[in-house]
Write a protein that binds this ligand. Structure first.
Ligand SMILES: Nc1ncnc2c1ncn2[C@@H]1O[C@H](COP(=O)(O)OP(=O)(O)OP(=O)(O)O)[C@@H](O)[C@H]1O
Length: 617
């Protein structure tokens, strides 16, 4: 799956594959309901034909004064009509149930595929995100396809039933009515392709509209929107996107309106011509009253059923075109090249080596790393420092294999990390990221996500919370560890839990650190700005805890607070995509390079402050 936006329509072979996949999914999800639905649909399809024949019998019976058969025919009409009505209700329920069960299956399949993507690049591709949105919208399509196919089959039964009657009355006219459906089908299929292409084109505008709507309706951006008075600006941006999408929809709708009005006109003309012929034939005594009634019912029935068949064909085509996005995602290959052999990764003994690592996020992006050579020795702490945008976070993302180096390699005790499955590598890594996630889950779960297996033991969760200094905060929450850390979702109103709670930035940071403490036994610990949001006292405490956590373990720490990493075994300055300086704190200070400059500037800032406020005296 490339990052570009391919606009080509899938071939009929590909669509046939999608149809087979959809059928398989429906059958696996709700076999009994599908069979029931088909049965009641058949009853519904046969009913109009049966009623038309019975009505002809009644009219002919009346005309020929055969009153004895009339009662039986009337009762049969009542029974058939009642059965048809019951079948309609049952079909509605069964269809909804097929949709629901299949949608669960489709969503499961889609998100299983998405969570199998081991890298990050796809999630940064607008084309993938557009495809993902359409794939999610198509979750109910396999179920709907059954509905569409059965409504086509049901109409086919109706057509077959009426065609038999029509042929007896006027064979030429029958052929004319049937042929008139062919151009209609071709024209509608073309319109349908245009509609799906339009939906793909407006995908970016629709996602932007959703983005602006989301910004204005959630707590995350509420502060800035109010303080900067951004409401009107964002509303305008949202409406601009909505209007652009609407304009594209309108163009297609108008085209459809004109085409469909012309098709309806053509079909009315055909029916009108038939009616004139019937009336003339009846006047000449060639047709009975019952024949006229049958002819009128049959023409209307065939035309209506053909219309339904054409619409069903078009709808199925459209549903398959959208479902194709689902199939593309679930059948796409791995986003990172699969390892050549699925070996286990040995426990780290010597260290991790970055050998001439070059990296850029895509061919269109500038180089972030330009030949980094670095050795992270086992059991040591390496601190990455440098100016904003220097590539520190990028480097640790490569260590976790969220991306592969564009050139060069990363070796874990000599094993290229591309040669092992990403999950094997990641099982050996613990991390607290700068942009950690605040899950709308309970406090306990928010720590447990660091290691769901270890967290089955609640004592371990609480120990991790103690080590990161957030235990007392959590214990004081209305429901302790079971408190929901969210104001967006209400806990079960019937349950015992009260409102969710919001934590402060620093408290959240400690929760994120607790996740890392839960993974304490991993070979490599990555800490990206672990103390950025902490108050000085907390920072001191957390750093002492981290020092304990790291002791004897291999760790990579990123921090702009140089005082916090001065004890690291190695300090590495990244600048312009390369290792510009490397050494201990004392060595780098003595060198008088970038590190010395940055450190002295920070230290001077603090010292000046202390002197000017007279704290030191
Ligand atoms: N997902 C991405 N796609 C494209 N470019 C990116 C992506 N992430 C980062 N970059 C770019 O890569 C460069 C390095 O970013 P990175 O986050 O690694 O720097 P950093 O040294 O960690 O910065 P900071 O100190 O500000 O956290 C930046 O120019 C940034 O714009």
């Amino acid at each position: 799956m490339s990052g570009r936006r391919p606009a080509t329509t899938p071939t009929s072979r590909v669509l046939a594959g999608c149809a087979a996949r959809a059928a398989g999914m429906v059958w696996r999800s709700a076999p009994v309901h599908v069979l029931g639905y088909l049965a009641v649909t058949l009853v519904g399809a046969a009913a109009p034909v049966a009623v038309a024949w019975l009505t002809k019998g009644v009219l002919d019976g009346l005309a020929n004064r055969q009153t004895t058969v009339l009662l039986g025919l009337a009762v049969t009409i009542a029974v058939v009509t009642t059965a048809a009505a019951a079948a309609t209700q049952a079909a509605q329920y069964l269809r909804a149930e097929v949709d629901r069960r299949t949608a669960v299956h489709a969503k499961d399949e889609l998100f299983a595929a998405v969570t199998r993507f081991t890298g990050l690049a796809r999630f940064e591709s607008p084309a993938f995100l557009d495809r993902m949105r359409l794939a999610q919208q198509s979750a109910a399509n396999p179920g709907r396809l059954v509905d569409t196919a059965t409504s086509a089959a049901r109409s086919a039964v109706t057509v077959a039933g009426f065609v038999g009657s029509l042929v007896l009355i006027n064979p030429t006219f029958t052929v004319l009515v049937l042929l008139s459906a062919v151009p209609a089908l071709l024209i509608e299929l073309r319109l349908s392709r245009q509609r799906v292409a339009m939906l793909w084109r407006i995908g970016p505008a629709e996602r932007r509209e959703l983005f602006f709507a989301h910004l204005m309706s959630t707590a995350d951006a509420a502060k800035e929107i109010r303080l900067f008075d951004l409401g009107a600006f964002l509303r305008l941006r949202m409406l601009t996107e909505l209007r652009a999408a609407n304009a594209a929809r309108r163009r297609v709708d108008r085209r459809e309106f004109f085409v469909q009005a012309s098709l309806s006109g053509a079909s009315v003309s055909v029916a009108g011509a038939g009616l004139v012929w019937t009336i003339l034939a009846a006047g000449r005594g060639q047709l009975s009253v019952g024949d006229v009634s049958m002819f009128v019912a049959a023409v209307a029935g065939v035309q209506a059923a053909l219309n339904v068949m054409v619409s069903a064909g078009v709808m199925a085509y459209e549903q398959l075109l959208t479902f194709h996005h689902h199939v593309t995602i679930v059948t796409s290959g791995p986003d990172l090249p699969a390892p050549r052999h699925h070996g286990s990764l040995p426990e780290l003994r010597r260290g991790i080596e970055l050998r001439d690592v070059w990296f850029r996020y895509s061919d269109a992006h500038p180089w972030v790393l330009r030949g980094v050579d670095l050795f992270i020795p086992h059991g040591r702490t390496v601190a990455l420092v440098g100016r904003n945008g220097g590539g520190k976070s990028t480097l640790v993302k490569l260590l976790c294999r969220f991306y592969d180096p564009t050139r060069g390699s990363i070796l874990w005790d000599g094993v290229d990390i591309r040669d092992v499955a990403p999950e094997t590598l990641r099982a050996r890594v613990g991390a607290a990221f700068q942009d950690f996630v605040a899950y709308e889950l309970t406090a306990s779960e928010n720590i447990a996500v660091g290691d769901l297996v270890a967290a089955e033991d609640q004592a371990r969760v609480e120990r991790a919370a103690q080590e990161s200094g957030v235990h007392d905060t959590i214990a004081a929450l209305p429901h302790g560890y079971r408190t929901l850390l969210s104001r967006e979702f209400a806990p079960d109103p019937e349950g015992e839990e009260a409102d969710g709670v919001l934590l402060s930035g620093g408290q959240w940071q400690r929760v994120a650190l607790a996740r890392a403490f839960l993974r304490r036994d991993r070979d490599l610990m990555i800490l990206d700005e672990p103390s950025a949001g902490l108050d000085p006292e907390a920072e001191y405490e957390v750093h002492s805890q981290l020092a304990t956590l790291r002791s004897g373990r291999t760790s990579v720490v990123i921090s702009h607070r140089l005082g916090a990493v001065r004890d690291a075994d190695q300090i590495v300055v990244l600048a312009d995509g390369v290792v510009a300086e490397q050494g201990t704190h004392a060595e780098l200070l003595a060198d008088g390079g970038t590190y010395a400059q940055l450190f002295t500037r920070q230290a001077t800032g603090y010292r000046d402050e202390v002197h000017s406020t007279g704290v030191s005296r």
